[in-house]
Design a binder for this molecule. Structure first.
Ligand SMILES: Nc1ncnc2c1ncn2[C@@H]1O[C@H](COP(=O)(O)OP(=O)(O)O)[C@@H](O)[C@H]1O
Ligand SMILES: [Mg+2]
Length: 248
């Protein structure tokens, strides 16, 4: 058995006195595309923030590539090869597309690879080549999301974590982002994708975890999850349907 790339065990996290995670465990294997699903407030972003060291967990352990990274500083964790594209993208609006991309490259200490990396990025995101000299703030929401993903990729992450990349995007742009994520996975990237849009995510992921109230409610393959979603709609739609537990 090979070790998972990322192992999160019994993670508990709080904001002051408010406990947001009550013991979350999950794994991501190399080459997998895994979704972390759940409604608003379920604890998805808190899980990602804890993994990346932005939020210090109260309890639990996080292991990445065989090294425990719990309680390490975010800069140190990034250098191990773990990158987060945060919710809301957070690109630098007054800096050009080029400057935004270069910041991603600097974080990885691979300035010499910059040109080769750009070439790859432009193949994946042609729009960024067209907009190379424009301020990031002038890009559309979907283009900014692509810039945020491209910037994270400049650091050559071993694991890319995306927090709600489709949030606030038009349906067409959402389609574009999902096609891109699928393509990244086919190219060998390992991805942990946070989404509220379970149906869309389940079309492209290998496995998924369903978070509810800071706990993993269900975990399984995309097929397992799709069945669970179907059963839920039958259950909530009918009068005499019985609650049903789906085996993992
Ligand atoms: N900065 C914060 N301060 C206090 N509570 C927070 C903060 N961020 C999130 N929470 C709370 O933690 C819980 C989980 O939030 P979050 O992880 O952002 O959920 P999700 O990303 O699944 O929508 C929610 O109850 C939310 O209100
Ligand atoms: Mg969130």
């Amino acid at each position: 058995m090979t070790m998972p790339m990322l192992t999160v065990e019994n993670l508990m996290a709080s904001y002051g006195v408010v406990r947001a995670l009550h013991g979350v465990s999950l794994e991501v294997n190399e080459g997998e595309l895994v979704a972390l699903l759940g409604v608003n407030g379920a604890g998805k972003s808190t899980t990602l923030k804890s993994i990346t060291g932005i939020l210090r967990p109260v309890k639990g352990s996080i292991t990445f590539l065989g090294t425990e990274i719990t309680n390490r500083k975010p800069e140190w964790i990034v250098k191990q090869g773990l990158s987060l594209v945060p919710e809301g993208r957070e690109i630098f609006g007054s800096l050009t597309v080029e400057e935004n991309l270069r910041l991603g490259a600097f974080a990885s200490y691979q300035r010499d690879r910059y040109k080769a990396d750009l070439k790859e990025i432009f193949e994946l995101f042609p729009i960024l080549e067209e907009r190379f000299s424009q301020p990031g703030g002038l890009l559309s929401g979907g283009e900014q999301q692509m810039l945020a993903i491209a910037r994270a990729m400049m650091a050559h992450p071993k694991l890319l974590m995306l927090d709600e990349p489709s949030l606030g995007l038009s349906p067409a742009m959402t389609d574009g982002i999902f096609v891109l994520i699928k393509r990244l996975r086919e190219m060998g990237s390992t991805i942990l994708l946070v989404e509220q849009n379970a149906e869309r995510a389940l079309e492209i992921v290998d496995r998924a975890y369903l978070l509810a109230n800071g706990e993993v409610d269900f975990a399984g393959t995309a097929e397992d999850l799709k069945r669970k979603v179907d059963i839920a709609s039958v259950y909530f739609g009918g009068d005499d349907a019985a609650p049903c537990e789906v085996p993992l």
